[in-house]
Design a protein around this ligand. Structure first.
Ligand SMILES: [Fe+2]
Length: 317
């Protein structure tokens, strides 16, 4: 959706970003990044001295990977409605959060710094948050007398359908939640004390498009990519093991957001998530944010938590 006029999906009288558009990640090796994200099932293209991450069959660029430095999140881009641009500019000014655009790359829109110093870009763009909960992929039922499972020898590559969310480490979760709600106009979906928080877009989005976990400093934890079935989550885990990326956590199911997950460890000790069936917050529904016990903040079921799942390797470098 997007465009203008009555077809625009928006919550009236509220200024807030409508979608997670893109992330810019810096990593030591573009070759390794290309190998990893291609194995994951993304459409990876070289562009100048970067790699662009798309899902197959869709022109939208969800991620840009820059080479040459230690792994870190360079910037996060959110989409806004055109008639909210002035209000966002005023908010950024009153928060004292304005930032000069970077000296290279896509300099469009409004730039600001979040409390951890990560650059945030706001651009007028089509709303790439889904308009409703993403449906499961169609399943072909096996007729009686036939097996339903695909043959391992002929199984198709799992290919994500879209980017869902990013999770980052922060030393101060409540401070980051305050910034996301007051400046970006995101809304709190759920949290567990000051340990973790999940936020959604006010104009209809997944249960979280941004999430933050407490650490001793900033860091990039994972990008999460929507797939069409629980079977694809499991096949994705197998696909990555077979490609040499055997370290991971899952398959399991989260409580907060409800999605089925498998996290595969990327070459820089952060993660990429295959996610299926995440909760959706429609444009006309006020999600009841709650503070959950810590044991509910991780998962309902799955293998024991990976011992390094919440280790921030950026602060240990
Ligand atoms: Fe996630």
């Amino acid at each position: 959706m997007g465009g203008n006029g009555a077809s625009v999906r928006r919550r009236q009288g509220v200024v807030g970003v409508h979608s997670l558009q893109r992330f810019d990640l810096e990593v030591p090796s573009l070759d390794e990044a290309g190998r990893f994200y291609r194995a994951f099932g993304l459409d990876v293209r070289e562009s100048g001295d970067t790699l662009e991450l798309r899902v197959h069959g869709d022109a939208h660029c969800w991620g840009v990977v820059h080479g040459g430095g230690a792994k870190r999140m360079r910037s996060v881009t959110y989409g806004i409605h055109a008639d909210d641009a002035d209000a966002f500019a005023a908010r950024i000014a009153s928060a004292g959060a304005g930032l000069a655009p970077p000296s290279h790359g896509n300099r469009d829109g409004l730039w600001l710094a979040d409390p951890d110093g990560v650059a945030i870009q706001l651009v007028v763009a089509p709303n790439v948050s889904p308009a409703a909960k993403s449906p499961p992929s169609p399943v072909t039922q096996a007729p009686p007398g036939h097996g339903a499972a695909p043959a391992r020898s002929r199984v198709a590559q799992v290919r994500p359908r879209r980017l869902s969310h990013l999770l980052r480490f922060t030393p101060d979760v409540p401070r980051m939640v305050g910034f996301c709600t007051d400046v970006l106009g995101l809304r709190l979906s759920d949290r567990s004390a000051d340990l973790i928080a999940f936020l959604h877009g006010v104009h209809g989005s997944d249960h979280h498009i941004a999430a933050f976990a407490k650490s001793d400093g900033p860091g990039y934890h994972h990008s999460s990519w929507d797939v069409g079935s629980l079977d694809e989550v499991g096949r994705g885990s197998e696909q990555m093991r077979n490609a040499g990326y055997g370290d991971g956590w899952g398959v399991g199911r989260h409580v907060l957001g409800s999605n089925y997950f498998y996290y595969v460890r990327d070459p820089w000790k952060s993660w990429a998530e295959y996610s299926f069936d995440i909760d959706y917050v429609p444009v006309d529904v006020d999600w009841r944010a709650a503070d959950h016990p810590p044991e509910d903040s991780i998962y309902v079921w799955g293998p024991p938590l990976h011992p390094e799942f919440i280790v921030n390797h950026e602060t240990r470098a």
